[in-house]
Design a protein around this ligand. Structure first.
Ligand code: F6P
Length: 255
């Protein structure tokens, strides 16, 4: 930790704690916008943080994205994971296979030598299909497991970047822009005050559920995500933030 003090990372952590209502924050060196390997450093920090929070028979829900993919890559086996079940936090959100929550969940569980269950539901659901799908016994069972999550690990994205990456239909795109969304996390879009302005209709964890999860870890870095992180944290409860120097420096500068 001496090194982290010298590098000024500890100082950034103290400043962020003063500025944002986070439970805890870890800042790793570098800026993941510039250097992709910084995501793996956040991943490493996340993996060691999760271990502190495990109580035995945990259900760990994970979201998709390149940052969470890096967390999965850095996962290491531990006896603590023997009775841990990994699940995707929500159904499809329009990501490529490598960045989907299902893929990341399976990869993370394999690396941890834990167990996993997947959620097989299509991305864009009509209201009727949504209703009938959540009544399917096999799906219902996984959804109940997801609702019982004790740990949630999720990414945060810039709203516009995410809406574009997901090939959001033009009507929804207009709504997201018109309502000035700046942040996105597990299918919810937030404005700069942390208010939900749009949500993707899919099964799995909902924002109300996240509030009751004992351990929530958000992993997001890069200067370009500073605004999104700040907005998201305004509404988060007791969230542990794992970020990088790029985002952290921008965060303590922004107003
Ligand atoms: O789509 C899943 C998701 O976790 C989003 O909720 C989040 O905004 C995004 O991925 C983060 O992606 P990345 O880590 O690639 O920036």
């Amino acid at each position: 930790d001496m090194m982290r003090e010298v590098l000024g990372l500890k100082e950034l952590e103290r400043k962020i704690k003063k500025k944002l209502p986070v439970k805890d924050v870890i800042v790793v060196a570098g800026d993941s916008d510039q250097s992709p390997w910084v995501k793996r450093e956040m991943g490493r920090a996340c993996v060691s943080r999760i271990k502190h929070s495990l109580t035995g028979k945990d259900v760990v829900a994970v979201t998709g994205g390149t940052t969470l993919a890096a967390v999965a890559e850095m996962m290491t086996p531990d006896v603590k994971y023997r009775d841990v079940l990994f699940v995707p936090a929500r159904g499809g959100l329009g990501e490529d296979v490598t960045n989907q929550a299902n893929t990341i969940c399976a990869r993370m569980a394999e690396k941890a030598m834990g167990h996993y269950r997947l959620l097989h539901v299509p991305d864009q659901l009509s209201a009727e299909t949504y209703q009938s799908i959540i009544e399917e016994p096999a799906i219902k069972e996984v959804l109940e497991l997801i609702k019982s999550s004790t740990v949630v690990i999720h990414g945060i994205g810039d709203a516009k970047t995410m809406a574009e990456r997901r090939k959001t239909p033009p009507e929804e795109m207009k709504k997201i822009e018109h309502n000035k969304a700046v942040a996105e996390a597990f299918g919810y879009y937030f404005n700069q005050h942390g208010e939900v302005v749009h949500k993707v209709n899919t099964v799995g964890i909902q924002l109300e559920d996240v509030r009751h999860v004992p351990c929530v870890i958000a992993v997001a870095g890069g200067a370009s995500k500073a605004k999104a992180i700040q907005a998201y944290m305004k509404q988060a409860h007791q969230c542990i933030l794992i970020t990088d120097e790029g985002a952290a420096k921008q965060l303590v500068r922004d107003d």
